[in-house]
Structure formats: structure tokens, C-alpha cells
Design a protein around this ligand. Structure first.
Ligand SMILES: C[S@@+](CC[C@H](N)C(=O)[O-])C[C@H]1O[C@@H](n2cnc3c(N)ncnc32)[C@H](O)[C@@H]1O
Length: 251
């Protein structure tokens, strides 16, 4: 039964996330997947989240609380939804948006207002930024794609200024009485939509499996605390299938 596979995967990941055996996909496979879906990523996202994704990105930007004239890094920016929301909210801030997929960055840089953002190729495992560079660091749907969540959060801690804010948007396995139904819906709907809209069932099978097998917010919070963050809070969204988690680097 798939649910118990998810549960056992979660147990293994309590301290150090295990390799993603659901897809046996390494970093270059993940990059290839996102390179291949860049053209229809936004449309698929809108359909899969029934338009909620854009609102969550705005909430992420709002929770990032960038001071006047401050700076924000959006890592794994993809087509730049969080970075563009931050640009709108904090017109005087320096916004850097980074991703390791050149195709996603190209789609982002082609959007309206993109010229006011610094787009950069960067790997979240090893950020090309000095210690204590940013007032806020955000990410959307990054953590479930990396092998070592601790390492990636520790990197974000490193580049944040003391007192800086971390905000994470991520999928999570549903919980509660409706979870078997929601899980079934996610299992069936994502590859079907991938096939119907993008003619690419395989890439969306990866997205489905990485979504269902990712760790719940409590565990992400535990890893964030181990990386040094304080005041870790989160909110589940969309029948518990998504979360927004926020935290602070101590001053
Ligand atoms: C599902 S998309 C999310 C894009 C955007 N944040 C959003 O909310 O729509 C995930 C993004 O993470 C990027 N990504 C995955 N692993 C990464 C890594 N190690 N370093 C940088 N970017 C990464 C992918 O290239 C992709 O653009």
C-alpha cells in the first residue's frame, strides 16, 4: 500500500532524509525534469492548485518581511512567482532570484517586471553568496527535490543576516481523516493533468511521487531548528497537501 511506503520513508528521514528511492533521481535528473517542463510549468501549476499557487507565493513574500532598502533571495525561483510577488511588495528592495535550471530562469526572465530582478544560476546545495548577505530567503517547492534538506537549510541560514527571515512553500503528505481520499486524488490527478496539458506523464509522476513522499511540516521544522533557526511556525494549505513554513535566524 502506497501510504505505508510513505510512512516508512518518513521514519527513515527523521534525521537525515534518505535518497529519493521513489524515483531514483539524482540532481541532474531533477534539473533535466525542470528544464523539460519550463514552458508549461505555470499553466500546470495554476490547474493543479486551482489558482491557489499565486496566492501562496504572495503570502510567502509577505511573510518574508523585507525592510525598506533590504534584500531578498528567492532560491529555486523557477518561473519567478515568489520573486515577482516580492518585487511588487518591496519595490525598494534588492531581489535576487536563483535556480539551477537555465530553462526555468529563461521563462522567468521573459515575464513582465522581470528586469527589476537579478536572475542567477545557482545550486541550493552550495549558494554562491557571501555569509549574511540577505534580509530574507524564500523558496517554493525546493526542499522535496534535494537529497539533504539539512544542508540546504543550513546554506540558507548562512546567507541570511542575523535576525533575517526564512519562508518555505512546500508540498506535504496529507494527514487527517480525508488523507486516503486526498492521496488517491493526488496520485491520479497529477499524472493525468501532466498528460492532458503537457503531454508529459513521466515528469509529473516524479512531481506526484516527490510530493507524496516528502516529510511533514513538523519534521521540516525540526531540521530547520537543527540548522539554527528559531520561532519556526507553519500552516498547512489545500487539504493539507501544501505548507508554508517560516522561521527566523536569531539576531
Ligand atoms: C517546482 S519548481 C518551483 C518553482 C517556484 N519556486 C514556484 O513556487 O513555482 C522547483 C524549482 O526548484 C529548482 N531546483 C531544484 N533543485 C534545485 C537545486 N538544488 N538548486 C537550485 N534550484 C533547484 C528547479 O529547477 C525548479 O525550478
Amino acid at each position: 500500500m502506497y501510504t505505508s511506503e510513505v510512512e516508512s520513508a518518513e521514519l527513515v528521514r527523521m534525521d537525515k532524509p534518505a535518497p529519493r528511492d521513489w524515483a531514483q533521481m539524482d540532481k541532474s535528473g531533477v534539473k533535466e525534469t525542470f528544464d523539460s517542463i519550463a514552458d508549461y510549468y505555470d499553466h500546470m501549476n495554476r490547474v493543479m492548485t486551482m489558482g491557489r499557487h499565486r496566492h501562496w507565493c504572495k503570502e510567502v513574500a509577505r511573510r518574508a518581511v523585507v525592510p525598506l532598502g533590504g534584500s531578498l533571495l528567492d532560491i529555486a525561483t523557477g518561473t519567478g512567482e515568489i520573486a515577482l510577488a516580492a518585487r511588487c511588495l518591496y519595490p525598494h528592495a534588492a531581489i535576487t532570484a536563483a535556480d539551477f535550471s537555465e530553462s526555468m530562469l529563461a521563462a522567468a526572465a521573459a515575464r513582465a517586471s522581470a528586469d527589476r530582478i537579478s536572475w542567477q544560476v545557482a545550486d541550493a546545495n552550495s549558494l554562491p553568496f557571501a555569509d549574511e548577505s540577505f534580509d530574507s530567503v524564500t523558496s517554493g517547492y525546493l526542499l522535496r527535490n534535494v537529497d539533504d534538506v539539512y544542508r540546504v537549510l543550513a546554506e540558507q541560514f548562512r546567507v541570511l543576516k542575523p535576525g533575517g527571515n526564512l519562508v518555505v512553500l512546500e508540498t506535504c503528505p496529507p494527514t487527517g481523516p480525508l488523507s486516503p481520499l486526498v492521496t488517491l486524488g493526488v496520485r491520479l490527478a497529477i499524472p493525468m493533468l501532466g498528460q492532458a496539458i503537457a503531454h508529459d506523464r513521466e515528469s509529473y509522476k516524479y512531481l506526484r511521487d516527490s510530493t507524496l513522499a516528502f516529510i511533514p511540516p513538523e519534521k521540516v521544522a525540526g531540521i530547520a531548528r537543527r540548522a539554527g533557526f528559531q520561532n519556526v511556525r507553519w500552516r498547512r494549505k489545500f487539504l493539507g497537501t501544501n505548507m508554508i513554513l517560516w522561521a527566523r535566524r536569531p539576531a
